[in-house]
Design a protein around this ligand. Sequence first.
Ligand code: G
Ligand code: G
Ligand code: MN
Ligand code: NA
Length: 249
Amino acid sequence: EMFRRSLRIALQEGQFFVEYQPLVKPPFSIVGFEALLRWRHPLAGLIPPSVFIPMAESDGLMSEIGQWVLEQACRAARTWPAQFTVAVNLSPAEFLREGLTDRVAQTLDAVGLRADRLELEITESVLLERTTNNLDTLNTLNVLGVQISLDDFGTQYSSLSYLKNFPFDTIKIDKYFIKDLESDEKSQTIVRFIIALAHGLRMRVTAEGVETRGQANWLQTEGCDQLQGYLLGVPMPAEAIDEFLRQSS
Ligand code: G
Ligand code: G
Ligand code: MN
Ligand code: NA
């Protein structure tokens, strides 16, 4: 409850920051970064997004914070080599709020970032509500040229009708299916199935939570398009990216 009252102050006083985690085309080509929001509270230290994002949502602050993240991420991407994309997570409240597509278009315009360098990540839970408007929103973003990823695939409702009806560019396989990929045949079967499903629908597929060489090799062999995880790079502050790119080239 102490945190809840602090959220608005945190935004005003610059306690939020954004880290960026590399997205890699196997074996080692960096293709972009995912923006991950962090909150460093002056007394409590780092507070995980799983704790403060639900609070910000219920307090109606998340779309303001989300707009700040979007601007930060687009500005950061503007300084990277032109082929790199930036992925930004959208929580349900942000996605469902009126005027999202205008805000995204305005932000890209103000920052001067090409639309196809921005990827927006949404989870299936976003799509449970207001279905016809959701389709309009996704189609408008698609027409703008922004890419859309379906995040945490396989862990929520996983209704395949979403894949039939919505214009996703990428499916992100949740790390739950990656963690024991090397020993668990069921995980292997599920991951193979998601890769084939994505490719059959002409979508790209990204594996999250890749921590070992064995997982990366297996995923590369099976045709997974992109990898994300501690093996390829941990989330890092914007200032660390130059050095990271120097070391990995
Ligand atoms: O980073 P991990 O870094 O612990 O992130 C935990 C969860 O918080 C993830 O599910 C991620 O999607 C979510 N998250 C991280 N950053 C953001 C953000 O900027 N906006 C939203 N809506 N969710 C985020
Ligand atoms: O948006 P999403 O829920 O996918 O957020 C990704 C989450 O996964 C973030 O919390 C990020 O810090 C975390 N993460 C990134 N790479 C790894 C990894 O290799 N292993 C684990 N366990 N978590 C990871
Ligand atoms: Mn994500
Ligand atoms: Na994710």
